[in-house]
Design a protein around this ligand. Structure first.
Ligand SMILES: *Cc1c(COP(=O)(O)O)cnc(C)c1O
Length: 458
């Protein structure tokens, strides 16, 4: 018979997690005011809050930690990271930062000015935050297919070239410091961008005289999808695909907490020496000297090793097949999902899941809370709470889609855990008609309310 697919690693170290009873969870949830961010992690059995900084490092990464060079300047850890960034992305220069948003802070301090316009594909929230904080505007140019939860498109993260060209044509080009391309597109569901699209976006940027910056947190997962779905790439290695992708970028910001499989870290890569030199000033001010930035030597070592492992096909295949496995299991139970599945998470379509709940009662949060109560599984709301209030009218902003994201940490859970998650969600789905009431807000912060909001049952 044909041998089944199985993971490309085995387990060397384990961490205990504890199951709880529904009764216990009811108490804990009440104490947390129905906000899953307020739960202690020990009250969670399977934690799918995020795939950021939650991965399991390999034996090789841990051994790299031991040989980190903690010299203030010119550390070998820095030089090793520089060599691997050059090898993978083709960039001669880089600056280490403590995480992805720090990379944005440093680079955008140099490039983004009051009144600027930054087009891109569904900017990530910290990216958008760093643009808007500087009184500039983020313009979403993602293709329309991305906003239809069930419509198939192999590259739902693609930019719509007509939308992009309209922005470039209708604004003075000096007001558009760069185009940001997010790989994979987190905000539209971990959806990839095709090589063809990267090439066309870069061509258009050069035609109009601006830059392209890749927001690179899940660049390796993006390369995997190019290899699997795009003509002409099946025979190429992930590393070859990555190298080609970055010929269409002038710079990159990286949150290494995702595809570099470390718990903390980030960097900026540059093709232009002058831009690197100018950004160095901000790095020294905000992060640290140019050869360590926000990182210790051991962390740069683990990150460097993580970049090499994160771009191995076998690892990526294991990871993305696990996401698929969870998605297919849920689909068999009839659970409404966003499709095609993204690289790092499964998104539950809460509007179709709980059609009885009015949008004023936080549909996706209600679903996330029910899933926690059912099985101790923690996902995250991507809906009205996250969308927050309009800064002017202070009215709730109701997004097109109400989603619960189940993000899978890298190399952490087994497929038995996936079966448990699927059964938990399926049980909630089976009793969906009994869930007729949602939540109301007791207390909220004026900005980024989803982290601290307090809610009660209607
Ligand atoms: C996580 C993420 C960031 C921000 O990185 P942090 O390390 O969390 O600061 C930026 N862009 C994308 C696409 C991300 O996923």
């Amino acid at each position: 018979m044909e041998l089944p697919f199985a993971e490309s690693y085995k387990i060397k170290m384990v961490e205990t997690i504890r199951r709880s009873t529904r009764k216990e969870r009811e108490v804990w949830l009440k104490e947390a005011y129905n906000n899953l961010f307020n739960l202690r992690s020990e009250y969670v059995y399977i934690d799918l809050l995020t795939d950021s900084g939650t991965g399991a490092m390999s034996d090789k990464q841990w051994s790299e930690m031991m040989v980190g060079d903690e010299s203030y300047a010119g550390a070998s850890s820095y030089l090793k990271m520089k060599a691997v960034i050059k090898e993978l992305f083709g960039f001669n220069d880089f600056l280490p930062t403590h995480q992805g948003r720090a990379a944005e802070n440093v680079l955008f301090s140099l490039l983004v000015k009051n009144g600027d316009i930054v087009p891109g594909n569904s900017h990530f929230d910290t990216t958008k935050g760093h643009i808007e904080f500087r009184h500039a505007h983020a313009v979403d140019c993602t293709i329309d297919e991305a906003f239809h939860p069930t419509q198939y498109h192999p590259f739902k993260g693609n930019l719509d070239l007509n939308k992009l060209e309209a922005v470039l044509k209708n604004n003075p080009i000096e007001k558009v410091p760069f185009i940001v391309v997010t790989l994979t597109c987190n905000s539209s569901g971990g959806q990839p961008v095709s090589m063809q699209n990267l090439k066309e976006v870069y061509g258009m940027a050069k035609k109009y005289g601006t830059r392209v910056i890749f927001d690179s947190a899940r660049f390796a997962e993006n390369a995997y999808f190019i290899k699997i779905r795009e003509d002409g790439f099946q025979a190429k290695t992930i590393k070859e695909i990555v190298k080609e992708m970055y010929t269409y970028a002038d710079a990159m910001t990286m949150s290494s907490k995702k595809d570099a499989i470390v718990n903390m870290g980030g960097f900026i890569g540059f093709s232009d020496r002058k831009m690197y030199e100018e950004a160095s000033v901000y790095n020294i001010m905000f992060e640290g000297f140019v050869t360590y930035g926000g990182m210790s030597g051991r962390d740069m070592n683990a990150l460097t090793q993580g970049l090499l492992e994160g771009t191995e096909f076998d690892y990526l295949e294991t990871r993305i097949k696990q996401v698929e496995y969870l998605g297919e299991s849920l689909k068999r139970f009839g659970v409404p999902l966003l499709e095609p599945f993204g690289g790092h998470a499964i998104f539950l379509d809460a509007k179709r899941f709980l059609p009885e709940i009015p949008k004023e009662e936080y549909i996706a949060q209600t679903l996330a809370v029910e899933i926690y109560l059912e099985g101790g599984v923690r996902g995250v709301e991507i809906g009205t709470l996250l969308a927050d209030r309009d800064p002017e009218t202070r009215e709730n902003r109701y997004p097109e889609m109400e989603l619960v994201r189940l993000a899978l940490p890298r190399r952490v859970y087994t497929n038995s855990h996936m079966d448990y998650i699927a059964a938990t969600v399926a049980n909630v789905f089976e009793r969906r008609n009994d869930i007729t009431k949602g939540l109301k807000i007791l207390k909220e912060a004026p900005i980024m309310r989803h982290f601290t909001v307090e809610l009660e049952r209607v």
